[in-house]
Design a protein around this ligand. Structure first.
Ligand SMILES: *Cc1c(COP(=O)(O)O)cnc(C)c1O
Length: 397
């Protein structure tokens, strides 16, 4: 009886609810002091704290230049504008919509390519077939899983076009030991509240290309070189000193956060690894993921429930989940005008199967275990759960 899932009348695993994410924030006292110093200085934007953040991240990820921006989306827009790419920009559809939005705002149009079924990152084999007429490749380190950066770079080089990474999830990830940030012509991190390092809102462009960095620096400030004779139509995409202060404090905990998230992800794998129809996106051997998201794949036939049914049953347990990324970008209303793309079978299948479970850097092992136990309990009583969910639907609940 005690083992009944909440959807079948059992007690919910989290009566007070378990959110999907919580930002891990630095100690508020020292942070408040630093924020007060910024306020007292009277310099609220474009000041020494932003520069300190840029220098620190440049050193940490081993790149020549970092340009802090108001968001990752604006950072991507500035990079694409600086690259002068306004035509066909090939990217995965299995990513957050902002990847495509940035391409659109920069004057390009997204052309979607499929993903690798194991890592869920851009598939070099499929990319190779879609490069005709492309002006740039944009790839996303989905959930913090490093892309196959070497193969993507070879293809971009052969086509003579830039490779840009949406690294929103990947500040702290490593490819064969090398920090994400130094690959392609530029990589752009996000510091928004659901990411691992937070600024409230913010982005970071990392690049080894000095000219590109300089253009992005101008671009985030309207394109104004200082004399108000703007060189090109830029944005206001500056990061404020207050946001940079929070980012610097948050950065102090990055290594610890990535290690702990990796440990929690491994713990979940060990607890759910034997369930039929349930699998995990792969991280290549030797790579490190931030596990920005803790995502599982549910094959409805093997598991007994679809990912969407499991999500509904988890909701009854008080557990918040998300379908990252369902719908994939090519199926969103915003891109209907592009018409149907060439088939993306892996993207479509994976999008049906994904479910991201709650994870944050200070999540307790106990909460993770209770989440895993809920998945097991729901799976064991899958036929009853499915019937209960269908009944609730019929009853209009
Ligand atoms: C969050 C996110 C973005 C956008 O980042 P912002 O800082 O919110 O603009 C872009 N791409 C991906 C993959 C993301 O998850």
């Amino acid at each position: 009886m005690i083992d009944r899932p909440a959807v079948l009348g059992g007690p919910p695993a989290f009566p007070d609810g378990l959110p999907l994410v919580r930002p891990t924030l630095p100690d508020s006292e020292p942070l408040a002091r630093r924020l007060r110093d910024v306020l007292d200085s009277g310099i609220l934007t474009n000041g020494p704290t932003v520069r300190a953040l840029e220098e620190r991240v440049a050193q940490q990820v081993g790149v020549g230049h970092v340009v802090a921006t108001a968001s990752c989306t604006t950072g991507l827009m500035l990079v694409l504008q600086a690259c002068g790419v306004t035509g066909r920009l090939v990217m995965p559809s299995f990513t957050f919509a902002a990847t495509a939005h940035a391409a659109h705002w920069a004057g390009g149009h997204p052309a979607f390519a499929d993903i690798d079924p194991a890592t869920l990152t851009l598939d070099p084999g499929d990319l190779a077939r879609r490069l005709e007429g492309a002006e740039a490749v944009i790839a996303t380190h989905v959930y913090g899983t490093p892309c196959d950066v070497e193969s993507l770079q070879r293809l971009a080089d052969a086509a003579g076009i830039p490779l840009v990474f949406d690294a929103a999830h990947a500040l702290g990830s490593r490819r064969a030991g090398r920090p994400i940030g130094g690959f392609g012509i530029a990589e752009v991190f996000s510091l928004s509240p659901t990411k691992v390092v937070v600024a409230g809102e913010g982005g970071l462009i990392a690049t080894n290309d000095a000219a590109l960095a300089e253009t992005c620096r101008l671009g985030r400030d309207y394109g104004n070189p200082g004399d108000y004779d703007c060189l090109f139509p830029g944005l206001n995409a500056r990061m404020s000193e207050l946001h940079a202060t929070l980012a610097l404090a948050s950065l102090d905990h990055l290594e610890e956060a990535v290690a702990r998230r990796g440990w929690l992800a491994a713990r979940l794998r060990s607890r759910l690894g034997d369930i039929p129809g349930l699998s995990f996106p792969a991280v290549s051997v030797g790579d490190t993921s931030t596990f920005k998201d803790l995502t599982i794949l549910i094959d409805g036939d093997g598991f007994g429930l679809t990912a969407s049914e499991l999500a509904a049953a988890m909701r009854a347990e008080g557990i918040d989940t998300r379908r990252y990324y369902q719908p994939p970008v090519h199926r969103q209303k915003a891109y209907a005008h592009l018409g149907p793309p060439a088939p993306l079978p892996v993207t479509d299948r994976v999008a049906e199967q994904v479910l991201s479970l709650p994870l944050w850097s200070h999540l307790t092992a106990g909460s993770l275990d209770r989440t895993a136990d809920s998945v097991v309990r729901i799976h064991r009583q899958a036929p009853g759960v499915r019937a209960a969910l269908a009944g609730a639907l019929l009853a209009g609940r």
